[in-house]
Write a protein that binds this ligand. Structure first.
Ligand SMILES: [Zn+2]
Ligand SMILES: [Zn+2]
Length: 97
């Protein structure tokens, strides 16, 4: 499966973490085929935790690469890192079933 940048109702309203707004089991966002364009309401609530989690993951990875902590220290990077981490985790969990 490949992720694309194409937009549709699902990418505008659904959430990979919190589910399809339309209850569609084939939702491309929930099934990791497309990336959602915006965080949903519950995502906003989780965003603070995302930042913390993402920063921790990001720092851990950079430390692995020699402890270099370079410029792009931002909330956005941390949140994306946390989301990416959970997406990979879901893929791995799915593979194990
Ligand atoms: Zn959907
Ligand atoms: Zn959400």
């Amino acid at each position: 499966m490949t992720e694309t940048d194409e937009k549709d109702v699902h990418t505008e309203h659904c959430c990979a973490e919190h589910g399809c707004k339309y209850g569609d089991p084939d939702c491309p966002v929930v099934n990791d085929i497309k990336l959602q364009s915006y965080p949903c309401e519950r995502c906003d609530e989780d965003a603070r935790d995302d930042e913390k989690q993402g920063e921790a993951i990001y720092r851990a990875v950079y430390q692995h690469q020699g402890g270099k902590w370079e410029a792009n220290e931002s909330r956005e990077v941390w949140s994306e890192t946390a989301k990416r981490y959970r997406r990979f985790l879901r893929e791995i969990e799915r593979r194990e079933k």
